[in-house]
Write a protein that binds this ligand. Structure first.
Ligand SMILES: [Zn+2]
Length: 251
């Protein structure tokens, strides 16, 4: 599952393999990308960057390829060439040495500069951006009336946090997922901001692996107190949140 840390790692790999590299061939199985794929051969991406869980490939200042991996999308690299593109591969770029390809999208579309800016503006501060410090996270969350477990997934407030980081950060901070952010003391809010950063940067430094203390551990014992971890569903999208009912009590 790709959240902020995995997306940043993938973007860095894509930069190394594709940025300002001559693209000798580009093939696609998607109708919406056919014109783009035909036009890109012989040119290169000026810049590849990410914000939150979104990846952008700038062909020039006017054309951008926008990608969101969501649950199923993947980027892969191989030394092989594709004669015929398997259907689950949406798009493949060939450079001199490598074929870089996207498997199963999950969002892959062409945007102009204005649409790209609109997409970037719709996203809150990127937790995985070098400039994003604890205080920026505190400011983004401060005063919000929604339950913590729902608000942390709202990409317009903070971008990059997904379901794993959400459960793990709330556990580290000792906050019940149904607590509204506005109910938190200043100290609790700083602790939450610090926990978000530490969960996400730890994953980044571990090559995208998560340390799972509560996530998908329902029924198992809490590593701190031995109580059984439980799972609840939150928000309109009914997303799962895992927590320890003893370490994370409602105030
Ligand atoms: Zn516990």
């Amino acid at each position: 599952m790709s959240e902020g840390p995995q997306v940043r790692l993938i973007t860095e790999r894509l930069q190394r393999k594709l940025q300002r590299k001559l693209l000798s061939r580009c093939v696609t199985t998607r109708a919406n990308l056919e014109r783009f794929a035909a036009a890109i051969a012989g040119s290169s991406f000026e810049r590849i960057f990410c914000k939150g869980k979104h990846i952008f490939f700038a062909l020039d200042s006017e054309q951008f390829l926008h990608n969101q991996l969501l649950m199923r999308g993947r980027w892969r690299m191989t030394r092989d060439r594709f004669m015929l593109l398997p259907y689950e591969i949406w798009l493949a770029f060939e450079t001199g040495d490598w074929t870089v390809y996207n498997q199963k999208g999950q969002v892959l579309r062409i945007l102009n500069a204005e649409q790209t800016q609109k997409q970037l503006d719709s996203l809150g501060a990127d937790v995985m951006c070098d400039k994003c410090k604890e205080q920026d996270i505190v400011e983004a969350l401060s005063g919000q009336q929604e339950p913590a477990g729902e608000l942390l997934l709202d990409q317009s407030v903070l971008s990059g946090i997904g379901n794993v980081a959400k459960s793990e950060a709330l556990f580290l901070a000792g906050i019940h997922p149904e607590t509204e952010i506005i109910e938190l003391t200043e100290r609790e809010l700083s602790k939450l901001a610090g926990s978000i950063r530490s969960v996400m940067w730890d994953s980044y430094k571990s090559g995208g692996r998560w340390t799972r203390r509560v996530y998908r551990r329902s029924g198992e014992r809490c590593l701190k107190c031995g109580t059984r971890i439980i799972m609840i569903r939150q928000g309109k999208q009914n997303r799962s949140t895992y927590f320890c009912p003893k370490c994370q009590q409602r105030a």
